[in-house]
Design a protein around this ligand. Structure first.
Ligand SMILES: Nc1ncnc2c1ncn2[C@@H]1O[C@H](COP(=O)(O)OP(=O)(O)OP(=O)(O)O)[C@@H](O)[C@H]1O
Ligand SMILES: [Mg+2]
Length: 575
């Protein structure tokens, strides 16, 4: 709830205006029964005692006043509704923007255990609940204004009536708040389960290709049905609670109303109050009970909103990624892994253990080793997706934790093992890494990545559309676009994680040539691959096994050593 309160506080001026307008509207509505009281007490009950002319004039003036005040009340009410809508939408939109920004700024580690759809559902739900919660709060306040005004009026008529209003109505309010607590508990479970369902559905739709090709749709549909059914069960339970709540609430109101009516009739009989006053009180009871019922609904909604904000807090309370301080970062001349150990939260044992390697600019350094050896993990450390559990990454001699991450990452061009492209044009996908890149620069990058063939396919050139996740491209084509994307930055450090894994032998050679030609005297090139033939030119090759560096050297040295590298080499070359 804290987040919501802080946004509400930011809008306090608008709130103050709304409350004033709403109070005026509500008070104006309370004037009508007073006019009726005057008509009855001064005219209707005195029909025989005054001239006809005086009677009509008096009554007409009062009716005219009633019409005028009624119109004014409607006017204020319209303004009030508009203001409430405006504020709640505004708060909702800001909350949404903040939550989305926060979730994107979370450390990558958090995404290990969360699904993207799940996070989105939590945020969207909170937005809707913030909007309905705010209008609920205003209505609650209006109920309070009406009750307070009527209580004061009741006191002016008779102390007994005053005390009945003063004690009876707040008591009902507190009672309702207490009996609505179980609703919140159900709602919280529903929020969590729905978020998880949305996560599963998003995942299923994203991976529909895999699902279909495995023939696993029916099975997946069944699984989603089960989750959905359990949520429906909770919803039903909640609905039952809400119905019980509203039933109890209406019973309470009815009982109170009857008690009030009894007291009022008794007072009329004993000449405590006039007939007009009796009638106005009777009308007031209906008038305040209508907003009180609304208030009852508002309490139920408030409990729902609190539940979804508690869930949102579980996201917003996660600390953001530490981004280091400071301004831009100087060109990278050296990266050093200093006794680095990395373990994933979801895994037992270390993915990398005590890695110490030197990566100087102007060199090509390769990492190879069996599957699962920790090569990609090393790359993730390099781009600071993870921070080491032990040891440190030193960039130009400074600990990476103290460096501004955006500035650092801007100097790195990364081609990951699994290429992700975004829905949109080829140009948009390239410019992702450098929004100010010109068409000419994009074309050069594509050329360098041996990807210009893609341009020849259609007539659209850089405007060619690529599906979500790059669906309309082959694996190799996607990989080459990723390479072009990395090159477009003209980075200090180029990192390739299996850059040629989906390419045919000929294209592989072309890309390897490209990579080789891209290594300049100032650039650090890091190659991670199984394909030993593509790294023979590296200045140094580190062979990883089980998260540790087993051997290092040039390909000649390693072959001569006859260790793991030599073994892998002979197997690959069939020698
Ligand atoms: N997010 C993660 N959570 C838990 N364990 C992980 C995670 N990512 C990787 N691992 C584990 O860490 C180890 C190293 O994985 P990594 O991806 O670095 O291997 P790799 O050398 O790149 O393998 P490959 O050649 O198959 O790409 C593996 O045992 C893997 O199961
Ligand atoms: Mg890998």
């Amino acid at each position: 709830m804290r987040v919501l309160y802080s946004y509400v506080r930011q809008q306090w001026r608008a709130f103050a205006v709304t409350f004033v307008i709403a109070s005026i509207a509500r008070l104006l509505m309370l004037v009508d029964p007073q006019i009726l009281r005057l008509i009855i007490d001064r005219y209707v009950l005195k029909v025989g005692t005054m001239p006809r002319e005086q009677f009509y004039r008096g009554v007409l003036i009062l009716i005219g006043a009633s019409v005028a005040i009624g119109m004014l009340a409607r006017l204020f009410r319209t303004m009030q509704e508009y203001e409430i809508e405006l504020i709640s939408r505004r708060v909702g939109a800001r909350l949404y923007a903040k939550s989305i920004a926060h979730s994107l700024l979370l450390p990558f580690r958090e995404y290990e255990t969360k699904r993207s759809g799940e996070m989105l559902q939590i945020i969207q739900r909170a937005r809707l609940d913030a909007e309905s919660g705010i209008s609920g709060a205003v209505r609650l306040y209006l109920g309070f204004v009406a009750v307070a005004a009527v209580t004061i009026y009741a006191f002016t008529l008779h102390p007994l009536l005053g005390f009945m209003h003063l004690i009876g109505l707040p008591l009902i309010g507190i009672l309702m708040l207490v009996i609505s607590v179980p609703i919140r508990k159900r709602q919280r479970r529903i929020a969590i389960d729905t978020a998880s369902l949305t996560g599963s559905v998003t995942e299923a739709i994203r991976n529909v290709e895999t699902l279909k090709s495995l023939g696993a749709e029916t099975q997946e549909i069944g699984r989603l049905h089960d989750i959905n059914n359990s949520i429906l069960g909770l919803e039903t339970e909640k609905l039952r609670l809400i119905r019980r709540f509203t039933f109890l609430e209406s019973m309470l109101f009815h009982a109170t109303r009857t008690a009030f009516l009894a007291a009022e009739v008794w007072l009329v009989y004993n000449h405590g109050i006039t007939t007009g006053e009796f009638l106005s009180l009777f009308l007031y009871t209906s008038i305040i009970f209508a907003p009180l019922t609304e208030a009852g609904a508002a309490v139920a909604r408030y409990q729902e909103a609190r539940a979804s904000f508690d869930t949102l807090d579980t996201v917003l309370d996660l600390p953001k990624e530490e981004r280091g301080g400071g301004e831009g970062f100087e060109p990278i001349t050296n990266i050093r892994f200093d006794g680095v150990t990395l373990s994933y939260a979801a895994a037992h044992g270390d993915a990398l253990r005590d890695i110490s390697v030197e990566l100087p600019a102007g060199r090509t350094i390769a990492f190879t080793g069996p599957s699962g050896a920790g090569k990609s993990s090393l790359v993730k450390l390099l781009v600071a997706l993870y921070t080491p559990n032990e040891g440190a990454l030193l960039v130009n001699g400074r600990d990476l934790r103290e460096i501004d991450l955006d500035a650092y990452r801007a100097r790195i061009g990364l081609v990951t093992q699994e290429t992700q492209l975004f829905a949109g044009t080829l140009r948009a996908n390239l410019q992702f890494s450098r929004p100010d890149a010109s068409d000419a620069e994009c074309l050069v990058a594509l050329e360098q990545a041996a990807a210009s063939v893609l341009l020849e396919r259609g007539h659209e050139g850089l405007d060619a559309l690529i599906g979500e996740g790059g669906l309309k491209l082959s694996g190799g084509e996607r990989q080459r676009i990723a390479i072009a994307r990395a090159l477009l930055r003209d980075p200090d450090v180029l990192v390739f994680d299996e850059p040629t894994s989906s390419l045919d032998a000929m294209t592989e050679r072309a890309v390897t040539e490209t990579i080789r030609s891209l290594s300049t005297s100032r650039r650090l090139t890091i190659l991670v691959t199984h394909r030993l033939s593509t790294i023979t030119h590296a200045d140094c090759i580190h062979v990883l096994r089980g998260g540790m560096v087993e051997e290092s050297g040039t390909s000649e040295e390693l072959l001569a050593n006859g260790g793991l590298f030599a073994q892998l080499w002979h197997e690959q070359m069939g020698t």
